[in-house]
Design a protein around this ligand. Structure first.
Ligand SMILES: NC(=O)C1=CN([C@@H]2O[C@H](COP(=O)(O)OP(=O)(O)OC[C@H]3O[C@@H](n4cnc5c(N)ncnc54)[C@H](O)[C@@H]3O)[C@@H](O)[C@H]2O)C=CC1
Ligand SMILES: CC(=O)[C@H](N)C(=O)O
Length: 403
């Protein structure tokens, strides 16, 4: 779990000896006081990172001259629903060699062929530190987590991966002065949060393990930003829809499953009630917002922002799908015996106010309900057609071999 390195102990001791300016937080000081940083010792620059800006990314050519280079990014949990798309986007911006994808599962061959992929268990601090050092990592995008439904079924693992794993990444960011982006979720809100147009700052008393771990992480990230000058960035994502990567065990998964069932079977047995309204977003918008937030050149006024696009109920989504597949049908659970995910969904906001993200880093979604539904159906129909074509080709091959 957490490792107390000599460096970080020295860092803490040294930090305690530094008087804090009464009008400037350590975080503000870090990014304002470049001149002071230039005159600090190596130990001080590691220990009191709150007072020194991170060095501009540089690399040294063989001839000894320097030139600026792209940041080198480590993405944890990169084989999940969101990770592979983000890795692809970052590689197109910074070059494949500058984006190190990681996970604890075997990556598909094509993923391995597209750039560096390493095994990284977020529970193992020293292994993570080795990756950061060996690859000269500048930024971390921390995507490893257990989502709401899986977490609720496996509390011990969720506490470990979501909280202790995050804590390891945060500590690495502090020790090695990395920028860290780690998403939060609408799940960080709770049943006492105002449900409509939920703002960034509001009552937050989540009653799920997922929400509790995510709110804990938001607060720890803010603490590290204030106390140690860590450039911690986070956005509360809504449920994310994608046709290419399957969801990882959340409460909003129905909004992806429904499309696959609609195209393949013409019917979907929904696990949420028909009027459960939740905020949602198409994957490419999520990646766009994440990249805009991650790459914003200076730290933003807030560490954590709401990020929103659309909100809908299963019934509204069904009606939109039926515009293209009129024979599609849906069924809902018996109200007397709801699925366990209903209580999770009921504790989350119906709509989010993300005006601060729009104001501070120019966030704006491209996909609303209509173009998102059309694209999801087009993509899944293309997948089904390709599967059929492959199956027919395989059958023909088998038949010719048997003949
Ligand atoms: N997908 C969504 O709708 C939303 C996702 N988020 C957040 O976005 C982030 C990414 O989510 P998804 O890609 O959907 O999750 P996912 O469940 O699809 O992927 C998570 C990845 O973490 C990996 N992982 C699990 N334990 C690990 C460990 N010990 N060490 C390293 N990796 C480990 C898994 O192998 C998996 O590939 C998470 O923090 C999640 O909470 C937030 C809101 C909505
Ligand atoms: C909204 C989320 O965080 C995720 N999709 C889940 O349902 O757990």
């Amino acid at each position: 779990m957490l490792r107390s390195t000599t460096t970080s102990l020295l860092a803490s001791a040294k930090m305690l000896r530094q008087p804090l300016a009464s009008t400037t937080t350590p975080f503000q000081a870090r990014f304002r006081n470049a001149a002071a940083a230039a005159s600090t010792s190596r130990l001080f620059s590691i220990s009191a990172s709150a007072s020194s800006p991170p060095p501009p990314p540089q690399h040294y050519n063989n001839n000894g001259s320097t030139k600026t280079r792209h940041p080198r990014v480590l993405v944890t949990g990169s084989l999940g629903q969101l990770g592979s798309g983000l890795v692809k986007e970052l590689r197109s911006m910074y070059g494949a060699e500058n984006v190190v994808a990681s996970d604890i599962r075997k990556a598909p061959e094509e993923f391995m062929a597209n750039g560096p992929f390493v095994y990284a268990d977020v529970m193992n601090y020293s292994a993570l530190e080795r990756i950061v050092v060996d690859w000269r990592i500048d930024w971390i995008v921390h995507y490893s987590a257990l989502l709401s439904a899986v977490a609720e079924k496996n509390m011990a693992m969720a506490l470990s991966v979501n909280m202790a794993g995050f804590q390891n990444m945060l500590e690495l960011a502090k020790v090695h002065r990395l920028r860290i982006y780690s998403p939060s979720t609408i799940g960080a809100f709770g049943p006492s949060t105002p449900k409509d147009n939920t703002p960034d700052l509001t009552i937050m008393r989540p009653n799920t393990i997922y929400g509790i771990t995510k709110l804990h992480n938001e607060l720890m990230g803010e603490y590290y930003r204030e106390k140690f000058g860590v450039d911690f960035r986070s956005a509360r994502y809504p449920g994310i829809l994608s046709a290419d990567t399957p969801p990882g065990g959340g409460t909003t998964d129905y909004a992806v499953d429904i499309f696959h069932h609609a195209v393949r079977h013409g019917h979907y047995d929904c696990f949420l009630s028909k009027d459960t309204r939740l905020p949602m977003m198409y994957l490419s918008d999520c990646i766009k917002g994440t990249v805009e937030h991650l790459t914003y050149p200076t730290p933003l006024p807030q560490s954590v922002y709401n990020l929103a696009a659309v909100s809908f109920t299963p019934e509204e989504l069904t009606k939109e799908i039926q515009k293209y597949l009129p024979h599609f049908t849906i069924s809902y659970p018996d109200e007397a015996r709801p699925d366990f995910r209903q209580a999770i969904a009921d504790s989350w906001p119906a709509t989010l106010d993300d005006s601060m993200a729009r104001k501070d880093f120019g966030w704006k979604e491209e996909f609303g309900m209509e173009n998102m539904v059309k694209l999801m159906l087009d993509k899944i129909q293309a997948q089904v057609a390709a599967e059929k074509k492959n199956a027919t080709a395989a059958e023909a091959k088998n038949a010719s071999m048997a003949a």
